[in-house]
Design a protein around this ligand. Structure first.
Ligand code: ADP
Ligand code: GLC
Length: 491
């Protein structure tokens, strides 16, 4: 075997989310923890993010970078003033770079449906590239995430190809969710700045009047990753590929599924400061106390014998809550259980959970909104965690709930299939409840089986023990990224 290459890598990471301040879902947790890990391991990783309005109201010490001040960028008809700021985050003081372009990012929400949504992320992408230029930073790898930064690979090969700074730079596109592609009408062509390179774009799409950012990234990135091995295979099928499966199949030699890790500094009940009582394997008294505290705070009667089911989720089609519609009312009517739900998103699901709470006021409590603290308290206080996703690229909550001794009930798809194994009471193997078919019967079976396990003290203790033993630390997963980056950089 060749000796390990000790040379630190230089990596430019671009993303639209960052935890905990600019987060709508797991993308934030992942980009933050992965870059933190790479930084700790000695790599020169520079993460570029929008300076969203909400970042200004945090305790981040944001300082301007001298050499990128009061620049102007022309994107189609938009003339945009921008500067670069920096801040240090995490215990290891990782530097992050914040693109200060008020016209694009000084808004209440991270995402929107305004007519300049594409401009916002073309801006992020080009300003990240131009920040590297002004810093003289020549990354081995540009690591881009989801559609918001997926044009960077084509930009580097076209509009910025003149710059020798990027001559050796390789690009890696990580697909966190193929359900969101950034497909815009082709009349934004001038805003991409690619009119003279229009041949570089997907020709059939252009003819149909579409420019699809994620698809363009898939065409041009040197390597593609997604966030679990199973999802990596699934997206090459018609059922899961959201129209991109043929293209992904053609590029399958360059596509790898790398399971996300967990930031156990943030998500571990042994030292989680957001939960009232700390606990861990061999010292589970705190879990019982967390359950009591959770139910009390959510206005539900506490009965240690009643199993508590937890949900923390974006309320989106992907997450499979349609399965609740014709199973949950009967399940709640027939069993003295508790259901605690934290979520925000589509009205269809929020309305359902509100009605469920009204129908079962002593069994169901729904917090409609976003609360990081409540998310931790549900992981700690629930007995089971529900995640019946239609598709799930990776999923973090099931991995969190394993560590909190809260066995997840999941559908066998994507990262859920890679991290949760069906508990077998006979062999004592398995860390959760897994069902395969997306249908009410299968889900009803899973709920019933969970109650069987709950009522059998030996089985219950065993499934919890197995759950808490799982280890999905970033140390291991980050090494897989580094190996990929090194392979690319050495070409
Ligand atoms: P996704 O990225 O598809 O939403 P993940 O399971 O990967 O799913 O990550 C979800 C992340 O977002 C977790 O950290 C979870 O705790 C958090 N989260 C989701 N909804 C909420 C909410 N309403 N309040 C607080 N945190 C939430
Ligand atoms: C996406 C996926 C989720 C994944 C997260 C982080 O939002 O829906 O499954 O865990 O990205 O990669």
């Amino acid at each position: 075997m060749p000796p390990p290459d000790p040379r630190p890598l230089s990596i430019a990471t671009v993303a639209s989310e960052f935890a905990p301040f600019a987060k709508t879902g797991g993308l934030a947790d992942v980009t933050t923890a992965l870059t933190d890990r790479l930084h700790r391991d000695g790599h020169d990783v520079r993460m570029f993010l929008p300076l969203y309005r909400r970042l200004r109201d945090t305790d981040l010490d944001i300082v301007p970078v001298d050499f990128v001040r009061n620049a102007t960028m022309q994107i189609g008809p938009w003339s945009l003033d921008w500067s670069l700021c920096t801040a240090r985050v995490g215990d290891a003081g990782q530097p992050i770079y914040l693109i200060d372009c008020p016209a694009l990012f000084d808004r209440p929400d991270l995402y929107g449906d305004a007519r300049d949504e594409h401009v916002r992320f073309i801006g992020l992408s080009r300003m990240a590239i131009e920040s590297c230029q002004r810093m003289g930073f020549s990354p081995d790898v540009f690591h881009v995430n989801d559609w918001q930064s997926a044009l960077i690979p084509v930009f580097l090969r076209t509009s910025y190809a003149w710059d020798a700074l990027f001559a050796r730079t390789k690009t890696v596109l990580t697909i966190h969710n193929i359900g969101y592609q950034g497909a815009f009408p082709a009349d934004i062509l001038d805003d991409t700045g690619l009119r003279e390179h229009a041949r570089a774009l997907h020709q059939e799409d252009l003819a149909r009047g579409v420019i699809n950012f994620l698809k363009t990234g898939i065409l041009y990135a040197d390597a593609l990753t997604t966030v679990s091995p199973t999802y990596g295979r699934e997206i090459q099928t018609e059922r899961y590929g959201a129209g991109l499966h043929d293209l992904l199949r053609r590029r399958s030699d360059h596509l790898v599924g790398i399971l996300n890790g967990v930031d156990y500094a943030t998500w571990d009940p042994r030292h989680d400061t957001k939960i009232p009582y700390r606990y861990g394997p061999g010292d589970m008294a705190g879990k019982t106390e967390n359950k009591r505290a959770l139910l009390e705070s959510m206005g539900l009667p506490h009965d240690p014998a009643a199993a508590t089911f937890g949900v923390v989720s974006r309320l989106a089609y992907q997450k499979g809550f349609d399965l609740f519609f014709d199973t949950m009312p009967a399940f709640l009517a027939a069993n003295d259980v508790r259901l605690v739900v934290l979520g925000s998103g589509e009205a269809k699901y929020a309305g359902f959970f509100s009605r469920l709470q009204q129908a079962f006021p002593s069994r169901v409590s729904f917090y409609h909104g976003y609360s990081d603290e409540l998310a931790h308290r549900i992981e700690a206080g629930a007995d089971f965690f529900l995640m019946p996703s239609r598709y799930e690229p990776c999923g973090l909550n099931q991995m969190y709930s394993l560590r909190y001794g809260t066995p997840p009930i999941v559908r066998k798809t994507g990262g859920l299939a890679d991290t949760v194994q069906l508990f077998n009471a006979r062999t004592g193997n398995g860390n959760g409840i897994v069902f395969e078919r997306f249908g009410s019967d299968a889900f009803r079976w899973a709920l019933g089986y969970a109650l069987d396990v709950w009522r059998d003290p030996a089985a219950r203790a065993r499934i919890i023990e197995n759950a808490m033993a799982a280890d999905y630390s970033w140390e291991r997963q980050a090494r897989i990224y580094v190996a990929l980056f090194r392979r690319l950089a050495s070409r």
